[in-house]
Design a protein around this ligand. Structure first.
Ligand code: NAD
Length: 306
């Protein structure tokens, strides 16, 4: 039986590592959060106390961590993955880390003589649980077949976007659209409520109208509108507010690097920032609607757009 290591067993990593076990792999897991380790252990993941221990003799290592800082530490740090694997092991990072961090990691992998692919995902926790994620792979052509085979138990669509950084470029652009949609859906929901609209009735109109979008359908911000959405579960994540704010920052960084204006990302980011200051950082991103109901935050929105 082939063994893999999975580092980062949170909202996404937990169901994804479970699918790898269902596909016949033995999975060794690492996470700094004991509760995440406990949940994964209940699925059958063999919890290890260090990255070095998890990586011994494995076919592949997956990372699903919050940001580029953690991924760089876990992969390229002195006691990290690159220092502890065999040259034939494939390393796949599925986190959303942006273009600059991907560039840095491909450089570190090259220097260490390791096989590395970035493979950020889209589809949310729903897609992770259903194994219907979309993967955006950036890696050298020589590794594409092995990377695709390793990802096949997890997704419905695995795209090799191109060489190093291309996968993160696609993900950054995707999440620019998604993040702005989440913010505008929250704004629209707050406005609809103030106007006295029935949110369920409006949902039925919108999904048949020009307002329709994936986040509105699946992550609707109105309580009870979509029973499976975080809004109907006290806004428990899902996709945390601070992670969405991070993704919009990555889009803003990318825009600056190539000289493209992305003002809607800046406006959405300012709203999320204010919501985090109001205490919403670890709630689902659609909890932004709670802050948007207060006049103070409306002021922030006006300032961001001005
Ligand atoms: P999460 O916070 O639920 O999970 C991240 C896990 O990494 C946590 O369990 C945390 O304890 C662990 N961790 C942090 N630092 C670590 C370290 N140094 N070593 C080991 N473990 C460490 O986040 P998530 O929602 O699973 O998201 C993970 C990544 O996937 C992020 O980059 C996010 O942007 C991206 N993403 C999330 C979604 C979503 O809907 N949640 C969708 C697509 C992509």
């Amino acid at each position: 039986m082939k063994t893999i290591a999975w580092i980062g067993l949170g909202f996404m990593g937990n169901p994804m590592s479970k699918h790898m076990m269902n596909a016949g792999y033995t999975v060794r897991g690492v996470d700094i959060d004991p509760a995440a380790c406990e949940r994964a252990a209940q699925n059958g993941v063999q919890i290890c106390s260090s990255v070095a221990e998890a990586c011994q003799g494995v076919t592949a290592v997956f990372t699903m961590l919050p940001t580029g800082s953690e991924v760089k530490e876990v992969l390229a740090g002195p006691n990290g993955v690159f220092a502890n694997i065999d040259p034939g092991t494939v390393v796949i990072d599925c986190s959303t880390i942006g273009i600059e961090n991907a560039r840095s990691l491909h450089g570190s992998a090259r220097k260490a003589g390791r096989i590395f692919a970035e493979a950020p995902v889209s589809g949310g926790t729903e897609g992770a649980i259903a194994a219907t994620l979309t993967f955006m792979v950036g890696c050298e052509d020589a590794h594409v077949d092995r990377v695709k085979a390793l990802l096949s138990p997890l997704g419905a669509y695995v795209a090799h976007v191109g060489g190093p950084e291309a996968g993160q470029a696609a993900k950054v652009v995707n999440n620019l659209i998604m993040g702005v949609c989440v913010a505008v859906n929250c704004e629209a929901t707050a406005l609809a409520e103030r106007l006295g609209l029935n949110l369920k009735a409006f949902f039925e109109i919108a999904i048949r109208s020009t307002a329709d979008n994936w986040t509105f359908r699946v992550w609707n911000p109105g309580v009870g509108v979509v029973p499976s959405a975080p809004a109907s579960k006290d806004y428990q994540a899902g996709f945390k507010t601070w992670l969405l704010a991070k993704d919009l920052t990555l889009a803003m960084d990318a825009g600056r690097e190539v000289g493209t204006t992305i003002a809607t990302a800046e406006a959405a980011h300012a709203l999320l920032q204010q919501h985090m200051e109001n205490g919403g950082a670890d709630l689902d991103a659609t909890s932004l609607v709670l802050s948007l109901k207060t006049p103070a935050v409306t002021g922030v929105a006006q300032k961001a757009i001005a």
